[in-house]
Write a protein that binds this ligand. Structure first.
Ligand SMILES: Cc1ncc(COP(=O)(O)O)c(C=O)c1O
Length: 382
C-alpha cells in the first residue's frame, strides 16, 4: 500500500502528501530545453553522445564543486564524483566502505530508501536515539564505542522524514567525535537550500572534511528526472568511489551531464531556488495551520524550517499503516511512519510532504486525513 501511495502521480482527485516530489509546475522546462538544444547542436555533439569518464564530466564536476563550496564545504572538481541522483551517491559510498555484517549507524527515524539499500548490502543497521533537535551527540559517541561502525549515515538539515535540523553545536560535537574516533560519516543533504525560516547552518562536512563524505542532488532544486546527484569526498577516497561508480553503471548519461552543466552555466540556479522557496513556504504554513485545525487534539508534529516534510505522531493508539488504506479511499496519500525505522517501528507516526500540492489542496488533504483517522481510531477521550 505504501508503494502505491508513493507512486501515485497527479490525476483524479487524490491529494498527494506522500512522496518528496517537487512541484512540477515550477520546473524550469524552458531553461532545461534550451540547455539540451545547445548541447545537441554543438559541434562537439559527438563527444556529448560518446562514452565518458566514470567520475563525470569535468564541466559538471566544476559546477557542482562550486555549489558545494558556496554551501560552506570547500570542494574542487577532483574530489567530486557525479552520481545517478543522490540515491546512487549513498549506494556508491556505502558499497565502498561497508561489507556484509558491518554496522551502519542511522538516525531514528531515517530515510526509507537508504534503509532499504543498507539491507541489500546486508549491513547491520543500528538506530541512534534522536530528540526534538535531532541526533544526540552523546548517543552517537556511545554507539561508536559500542558498535565500531564502518559508517554513520545522517541528514543533518531538514531531515527526511522528520524535517528537523541539527543545531550548529551538535554538528561541532559530532564532527569532533568522528575525527577523534576515525569513523566515516555520510552527510546526505538534498534539502538545505530549501530554507523558509532562520539562517543556514554549515554542513557537518565543513567541520570534519577528512571524515565526512558529503552527498547532494539537483533533484529537489532543479528536477529529479535529470537524475543528477554528486559525492564530495576526501581526496584519498576519490579513486575507490570512482571505481565503485564505474562498476555500477560505467558513468552517468554524458548528454544529460553536458546539458546540466550548460544549464548551470547559462542560468541563475540561486534565483530559481528563491522562486521555489517563495512557493513552498506558504505550502508549509498551510500544512501546519491545517494540522492545528484538524489534528490539534490528537497528534503532535514537527515544525520544519525548510525542506519538504512534516512528521506527525499521534497521541492515541493509531496504526498509520491501516490509516493509509482509509486515506487512499478518502483520496489522500501519506507515508506510514513504520517505513522509516530500522528497528521497532513507531506505528503511530506518519510523514507528510507539503511541496507538491497548492495550499488549498493541502488543507483539503489534511481534512480528509483527519476524517479517515476519526473513522478508524475514534475521538479523543475527555
Ligand atoms: C534524504 C534523501 N536522500 C536521497 C534521496 C534521493 O534523491 P535523488 O536520488 O533523487 O537525488 C532523497 C529523495 O527523496 C532523500 O530524501
Amino acid at each position: 500500500v505504501t508503494q502505491k501511495a508513493v507512486r501515485l502521480t497527479k490525476g483524479e482527485d487524490t491529494i498527494l502528501l506522500a512522496g518528496g516530489l517537487p512541484a512540477p509546475e515550477l520546473f524550469d522546462s524552458e531553461g532545461i530545453a534550451a540547455a539540451f538544444q545547445r548541447v545537441l547542436s554543438d559541434r562537439r555533439v559527438g563527444d556529448h553522445l560518446q562514452y565518458g569518464v566514470p567520475e563525470g564530466s569535468h564541466e559538471l564536476r566544476e559546477a557542482l564543486a562550486g555549489i558545494t563550496t558556496r554551501r560552506g564545504v570547500g570542494a574542487t572538481a577532483d574530489r567530486v564524483v557525479v552520481s545517478t541522483g543522490s540515491q546512487q551517491a549513498v549506494d556508491v559510498v556505502s558499497t565502498a566502505l561497508v561489507s556484509p555484517g558491518d554496522v551502519i549507524l542511522v538516525e531514528r527515524p531515517s530515510y526509507l530508501l537508504a534503509l532499504q539499500l543498507f539491507a541489500l548490502l546486508r549491513a547491520r543497521v543500528v538506530a541512534v536515539r534522536c530528540d526534538a533537535e535531532g541526533l544526540d551527540p552523546d548517543a552517537v559517541e556511545a554507539a561508536i564505542r559500542r558498535h565500531r561502525p564502518k559508517l554513520i549515515y545522517t541528514m543533518p538539515t531538514f531531515q527526511n522524514p522528520s524535517g528537523r535540523t541539527l543545531a550548529a553545536e551538535r554538528r561541532a560535537a559530532i564532527a569532533r567525535t568522528v575525527e577523534r574516533e576515525g569513523v566515516y560519516l555520510l552527510e546526505d543533504d538534498p534539502y538545505s537550500e530549501l530554507r523558509y525560516d532562520g539562517s543556514s547552518v554549515p554542513p557537518l562536512a565543513a567541520s570534519a572534511p577528512e571524515q565526512v563524505i558529503y552527498v547532494s542532488t539537483l533533484s529537489k532544486v532543479l528536477a529529479p528526472g535529470l537524475r543528477v546527484g554528486w559525492i564530495t569526498c576526501p581526496s584519498r577516497l576519490a579513486p575507490v568511489l570512482t571505481a565503485v561508480k564505474q562498476a555500477k553503471d560505467v558513468h552517468c548519461s554524458t548528454v544529460d551531464q553536458q546539458a546540466v552543466a550548460r544549464y548551470l552555466g547559462d542560468n541563475d540556479l540561486d534565483a530559481h531556488i528563491r522562486r521555489l522557496r517563495r512557493a513552498y513556504r506558504p505550502r508549509r504554513d498551510g500544512m501546519l495551520s491545517a494540522l492545528r485545525l484538524t489534528l490539534g487534539d490528537v497528534a503532535q508534529w514537527t515544525t520544519p524550517d525548510g525542506g519538504m516534510f512534516v512528521w506527525v505522531t499521534f497521541g492515541l493508539p493509531c496504526d498509520t499503516g491501516a490509516l493509509l488504506r482509509a486515506g487512499l479511499d478518502a483520496g489522500v496519500t501519506f507515508v506510514p511512519g513504520e517505513n522509516f525505522f530500522a528497528d521497532r517501528p513507531q506505528r503511530n507516526t506518519l510523514r507528510l510532504a507539503f511541496t507538491c500540492e497548492p495550499p488549498s489542496r493541502i488543507h483539503e488533504g489534511i481534512r480528509r486525513l483527519g476524517s479517515a483517522r476519526h473513522r478508524l481510531c475514534g475521538a479523543p477521550r475527555g
